[in-house]
Design a protein around this ligand. Sequence first.
Ligand code: SF4
Length: 238
Amino acid sequence: MPRQLAREAPPLHGSARAPRRARLMSRDQAAAFLRALAAANPAPETELLYRDPFTLLVAVVLSAQTTDAAVNKCTPALFEAAPTPAAMAALGAEGIAPHIRRIGLWQAKARNVAALAQQLVERHGGEVPRDRAALEALPGVGRKTANVVLNVAFGENTMAVDTHIFRLGNRTGLAPGKTPREVEDALVKRCPPELLRDAHHWLILHGRYVCKARAPDCWRCVAAAHCNYRDKVPAPPA
Ligand code: SF4
């Protein structure tokens, strides 16, 4: 008889692929949840270092599957060496690679950044287009990156769903969904319009520092009164 392998119990608070799901918040509750985050951080900003739409675009492309902190260690020297699309295209993948070797997928990212800089020069006059389809046509740029650039660089009401927002949307009941796109659509529909632009930052920062993947710090969460998560984590013993 083959020995039965012991199955590992699923993580108590869910995983990146299978986040825990809470009951859907009412619209009033969703607005109160976001307003509580807003009150705690009235002027939220991206943690990525950038100078302008082009350097923001590059920083977001580099941040895929790595942390903003890791990207911020590489980009000041890279942007000093190549502050514009023309300079970045001239630097080329071989010149970009030594600057970003400490981050994951650096070889593919070096190729993408060189190619997207070249395309900006050839097709967009060296400017970052304020247009979703044009952004998503650039190498290494998907819907999430386009949403960040449209939001942060151009002030549009987009919602970029990363791993933190996907988890939070499900765990809290704010915007449950099986895919990032479902969570994005639910958030855009359910966020009060005046909160939508900054909601992206509030939710990412809340997921990164409070409503964390392994275990949320519910005991110090400013929005706990509005959250539908059933297994809220109490304060650790003093
Ligand atoms: S109460 Fe807990 S689960 Fe709900 S948002 Fe706050 S940290 Fe996350």
